[in-house]
Design a binder for this molecule. Structure first.
Ligand SMILES: [Fe+2]
Ligand SMILES: [Fe+2]
Length: 320
């Protein structure tokens, strides 16, 4: 397929109204029906610079449509829908060897290599002085070890990148460490254990078969969610390593309450300071990530579009 006549760009460089060519990975694909009863393909495309919604209006030959996990070359017109850029896929084909595309350039990834972040987790495990809390945490980590290096921390929102879960967890550990001197009387064995395990079951809540790209929620992820899955994991690990029931219940409570609000999945709000801190560390890291991402492509002195995950706020980028 000839795609001449347009410039090759990264997704983050696209601007409204232009026709461009991008090399990207298909992250999600759903066949939907429009108001005039016509089928179309609703896509999420990504490359290392970010992701974008895309539409394929002709899906008459469904077998020929790009599928999740395909790396494709696309030519399309950039349009706008509800303040978000969108790509109308006019031409596409799978990438070939001649395109010399590096797969790692297709997947947004954490800024640190997984080995380095796993070493950071080990460092904090070693700081946990209480034997049974440390053993319980090691046991839970062992259970999910195969998924840890590449798993994202979300399907769409914060840290939905390769190795995003490790990035989120290690940043929270560093923030907890920094607060140690400010709030020295808290039990940091509980805080570190709570941080390390708070989202660990995202590894089984979300399927990510394609080199760290989240594709969909798993069955148990939808039916139970990572909080309940995490509580079951702690129960099992606690029994296995012989942790006493008070410690098991307190660690389970830190998981149970980390989303804070019942409507966000927490049936209890935090009932001791370490659990409160785990919640706020989670919030800080999520917010900082979302804000940094939202401002990434904004020009100095300008505002971002309204960001749904940030209460529809528009963010300002300073000029100095
Ligand atoms: Fe969570
Ligand atoms: Fe989290």
């Amino acid at each position: 397929m000839n795609m001449d006549g347009a410039e090759i760009k990264k997704l983050s460089q696209l601007t409204k109204g232009e026709t461009a060519i991008v090399f990207c990975l298909v992250r999600s694909m759903n066949i939907k029906t429009s108001t005039n009863n016509k089928s179309y393909g609703d896509y999420t495309l990504c490359d290392a610079s970010g992701e974008m919604n895309a539409k394929l209006w002709d899906v008459s030959d469904e077998d020929a449509c790009p599928k999740v996990g395909d790396v494709i070359k696309v030519k399309g017109l950039v349009t706008e829908w509800q303040n978000n850029l969108q790509l109308r896929m006019d031409k596409f084909r799978p990438v070939s060897d001649e395109d010399e595309v590096d797969l790692s350039q297709m997947i947004p990834s954490a800024p640190y290599p997984p080995e380095e972040m796993l070493a950071t987790i080990k460092e904090y495990l070693a700081k946990i002085k209480d034997d049974s809390i440390r053993k319980l945490t090691v046991e839970v980590l062992r259970e999910y070890a195969e998924y840890l290096p590449l798993h994202p921390a979300a399907l769409h929102n914060h840290h939905a990148i390769r190795s995003g879960l490790l990035y989120h967890t290690t940043t929270m550990l560093k923030a907890a460490d920094a607060l140690h001197t400010v709030y020295p009387d808290l039990d940091y064995d509980l805080v570190y254990a709570g941080v390390i395990m708070h989202d660990i079951c995202k590894t089984v809540e979300i399927n990510a078969e394609n080199a760290g790209i989240a594709t969909e929620y798993s069955r148990d992820g939808l039916l139970l969610g990572h909080i309940v899955q995490g509580i079951i994991a702690i129960e099992k690990a606690g029994e296995k390593v012989g942790c006493d029931q008070e410690k098991i219940a307190m660690i389970q409570h830190m998981l149970l309450s980390h989303h804070y609000e019942p409507e966000f999945g927490s049936p209890r709000r935090p009932m001791f300071p370490e659990a409160e801190l785990v919640h706020y560390l989670d919030m800080i890291d999520t917010r900082m990530y979302d804000m940094d991402k939202a401002l990434g492509d904004v020009e100095e002195g300008k505002f971002s579009p309204s960001i749904w995950t940030l209460h529809k706020r528009r963010l300002y980028k300073k000029t100095f």
